[in-house]
Design a protein around this ligand. Structure first.
Ligand SMILES: *[C@@H]1O[C@H](CO)[C@@H](O)[C@H](O)[C@H]1NC(C)=O
Ligand SMILES: *[C@@H]1O[C@H](CO)[C@@H](O)[C@H](O)[C@H]1NC(C)=O
Ligand SMILES: *[C@@H]1O[C@H](CO)[C@@H](O)[C@H](O)[C@H]1NC(C)=O
Ligand SMILES: *[C@@H]1O[C@H](CO)[C@@H](O)[C@H](O)[C@H]1NC(C)=O
Ligand SMILES: *[C@@H]1O[C@H](CO)[C@@H](O)[C@H](O)[C@H]1NC(C)=O
Length: 381
């Protein structure tokens, strides 16, 4: 680079920085107390807010009655209203919900992006019987593009310092069971592996995606290597209690599909020591685990009797049938469609993840504590 070019690049960087400081100041005023500068979201249909809308897939919900309780109507959220990550963004003081990567403007990346995709999994093939989806590896690649964009604008050091201060959350694994292992008509995994072995492979792959990439593959990148230092990992809930699973597998006299709940518990029990390991291996990062399984069991503390069937009339694949009238009072239902919770439960999960009511809700601590930790990262800019 010539001296002149170098200087011009410097000036450009300074200009962008100033603009950025102004922007973040403004955002600060507008949003009141925004607790983190940015929030990046990875996940499946529990967090997707429109990334699947333009994909060729059955797993998309950009039609009524989805969004019946959301200001702007159907958005691609698999819910009547807010998702868990929407509510977390709201609690964190963000002025807007974190936008979907698929349709975000360039400036949105300063506040965070949502890469989540319905039917997606830790494994690349998960969910393929439904069509296109953005698996976790592809979500990481999309984030890598964002990081490169940010580096292009701010320079390497400022960009990384900035990325270090963001909050990150990942919720994956549901589909690796529901749309892979337990669909033997489409996937061979249950013939190839015992449930234990399969779960162990899932956890190994997951922790690489969070922590460190296998040798030399540009397609395998990790969140840590992309600058993440404050990471929330959501465990699996009781996937055996969702109406769609009960309808498909039957309960053999129990309240839920035991085998599926056992898979969730196995996944969580293998994930937990991994969280400890990640925290040990990456001393400059803080990673927490949210115990959705346990929080879900406590939802009876909501002071009303809820109906645990789906609120909207659902199709064979468990999504609301387009334009059918949903239940009148969504607050009395645990499930919106045959697989996804209603907004009121998402809010309940989000509030408990942010501020644990019981010590076992979050490990080793909750989101509130995670974001309050100073990790010795220099004040960026
Ligand atoms: C950016 O900086 C980090 C640490 O400061 C370094 O490890 C990395 O190689 C740099 N990347 C580029 C593309 O210069
Ligand atoms: C169903 O329950 C009965 C009695 O509890 C048990 O013997 C049987 O193995 C169960 N079947 C399945 C498929 O889990
Ligand atoms: C689920 O796990 C429980 C407790 O470990 C066990 O007793 C039960 O047999 C398991 N059920 C199935 C269907 O795997
Ligand atoms: C739940 O709602 C369905 C209709 O959506 C109704 O048939 C059922 O009786 C309700 N169950 C309870 C326990 O209220
Ligand atoms: C909806 O249900 C909740 C919980 O039972 C109740 O508090 C609320 O009054 C109901 N709303 C309407 C409009 O019926």
């Amino acid at each position: 680079m010539t001296m002149l070019a170098h200087e011009m690049k410097l000036q450009w960087t300074v200009l962008v920085l100033v603009l950025f400081m102004v922007l973040s100041k403004w955002q600060h005023c507008a949003a009141g107390d925004q607790m983190v500068p940015c929030y990046f979201i990875f996940g499946d249909s529990l967090a997707d807010n429109g990334n699947n809308n333009k994909l060729q897939t059955l797993a998309k919900v950009d039609y009524a009655p989805y969004g019946v309780d959301f200001g702007s109507g159907p958005t691609g959220r698999f819910c009547n209203g807010l998702t868990i990550v929407d509510k977390i963004a709201e609690i964190l003081g963000f002025h807007n919900y974190i936008p979907p990567f698929a349709t975000a403007q360039e400036a949105d990346m300063f506040y965070g992006l949502n890469y989540a995709s319905g039917a997606a999994g830790i494994r690349d093939e998960t969910g393929q019987e439904l069509g296109e989806r953005i698996c976790l590896n592809m979500q990481l690649q999309n984030h890598q593009k964002t990081v490169q964009n940010l580096i292009g604008m701010l320079g390497n050091d400022s960009a990384l310092r900035y990325l270090n201060k963001c909050l990150y959350s990942v919720g994956m694994g549901n589909n690796d069971y529901l749309n892979n292992y337990f669909l033997p008509q489409y996937f061979p995994t249950s013939q190839e592996y015992t449930l234990e072995k399969y779960t162990q492979l899932l956890i190994e792959q997951y922790s690489q995606q969070l922590k460190v990439s296998p040798l030399n593959s540009i397609f395998r990148i990790s969140l840590y290597e992309l600058g993440a230092r404050k990471l929330v990992v959501f465990g699996l809930g009781k996937i055996g209690c969702v109406p769609g699973a009960i309808a498909t597998y039957g309960t053999n006299g129990s309240a839920c599909v035991e085998l599926l709940n056992n898979a969730s518990r196995l996944f969580n029990s293998m994930l937990l020591p991994d969280i400890d390991q990640l925290n040990d291996d990456l001393p400059d990062a803080k990673i927490i685990y949210i115990n959705n399984y346990k929080i879900g069991e406590d939802s009876t503390v909501l002071d009303f009797k809820v109906n645990n069937t789906a609120c909207c009339p659902s199709s064979a694949i468990g999504q609301c049938i387009p334009d059918q009238t949903p239940c009148q009072n969504r607050s009395q239902y645990m499930f919106w469609d045959s697989f996804h919770p209603t907004e009121i439960f998402n809010i309940f999960y989000a509030e408990r993840s942010y501020s644990a009511l019981d010590p076992s809700d979050a490990y080793p601590y909750d989101i509130r504590q995670l974001i309050s930790l100073d990790q010795g990262v220099a004040e960026a800019m």
